[in-house]
Design a protein around this ligand. Structure first.
Ligand code: F6R
Length: 319
């Protein structure tokens, strides 16, 4: 059961802090960083991007597609993350990056990417197999942080301390059960500021995949330039989850939504920095989505439609 995996997040994260980085990373100073991955693996790219946004001296971009940017060159570093190692979009970005001589490094549990990493001697980290991609999140995140640090891209100086944010399962479960009660039978709209956008997306993705629910994400301050007008006549089914940050526009947002009679909850995150707050928030997102699945009588682990898409793609790409 997927719930059992979420309940073991602290242990899984702690294990990941000891994962080995295989291969020898090139010592060059790269001119840009490309993070490639889809779905539950790709969200790691978003979180890393958000942290690097205010600290990286080189441009960072995210690819969630088959194609890489035209400017990719031998001076680029492409970090590919795919739990299964068989996601076609991600595999394609890796082959294209190799074609132009970029440095490619990989985080995966197996599949074609692991094979490729071994055959070509690409720097890589192997996460535990037998999990479900979205539930392997703490391992994918920590493995990627480790891998990037070998290129002197440092996002976290103490990975073991980072995992501490996952220790108090009981309190995370309690918050998540209350949130699931609040959101059941609604169309959740998750709103955050730009730096927490990956976490808002993580909530949406978890509601989609585990709870089989539609959900919407809005980001401030952009929200205040278009979506805000839609809330003048909000749909009855909408409930809002606001991810709190010390931000003037969030204060405005909350007052505005309350003034429109919107049913909302504000989520305050534990953690000392952006990364630990997003990890903590992801834990709440995961457990809330599983409790929502229980309330809705659906199986959290099943994602039949994603399998259907992947089968379609495999058939069409191979012909
Ligand atoms: C399934 C899930 C999906 C996958 C996505 C990409 O749990 O979360 O979003 O993560 O289809 O597959 P991987 O992660 O294997 O590259």
């Amino acid at each position: 059961m997927i719930l059992d995996i979420y309940l073991r997040w602290y242990e899984l994260a702690l294990r990941a802090t000891n994962f080995e980085v295989y291969g020898s990373p090139r010592k060059d100073l790269f001119q840009n960083l490309i993070l490639s991955g889809m779905g539950g693996s790709g969200i790691v790219c978003d979180m890393i991007y958000s942290v690097l946004y205010s600290s990286s001296e080189i441009p960072v971009t995210i690819v969630k597609d088959f194609q890489i940017p035209r400017w990719t060159s031998k001076n680029s570093l492409l970090c590919a993350i795919s739990y299964s190692g068989n996601t076609l979009e991600t595999l394609n970005t890796v082959s294209k990056a190799l074609e132009v001589g970029a440095e490619v490094c990989i985080v995966t549990s197996g599949g074609k990417l692991l094979e490729l990493a071994r055959v070509r001697g690409l720097p890589h980290v192997v996460v535990d197999s037998g999990l479900i991609p979205r539930a392997a999140f703490p391992q994918l995140l920590i493995a990627t942080l480790k891998l990037l640090s070998t290129y002197r891209i440092n996002l976290c100086s103490d990975l073991k301390s980072l995992t501490n944010i996952l220790r108090d399962v009981e309190s995370v479960s309690k918050t998540s059960k209350e949130l699931a009660e609040f959101l059941k039978n609604s169309l959740p709209v998750i709103i955050s500021n730009t730096r927490f956008y990956p976490l808002a997306m993580r909530f949406k993705d978890e509601f989609n995949e585990n709870s089989k629910m539609m959900a919407k994400v809005e980001v401030i301050p952009e929200w205040a330039h278009n979506d805000i007008v839609g809330w003048e006549l909000p749909l009855g089914v909408v409930k809002s989850l606001v991810i709190w940050d010390d931000d003037l526009v969030i204060e405005f947002l909350i007052d505005y939504l309350r003034g429109r009679g919107v049913d909302l909850q504000v989520l305050k995150l534990l953690g000392d920095d952006l990364l630990s707050k997003m990890l903590y928030g992801s834990y709440i997102a995961g457990l809330t989505s599983v409790y929502l699945a229980e309330l809705r009588g659906v199986r959290a682990e099943e994602t039949k439609s994603i399998d259907m898409y992947k089968e379609f793609l495999k058939r069409r790409v191979n012909h």
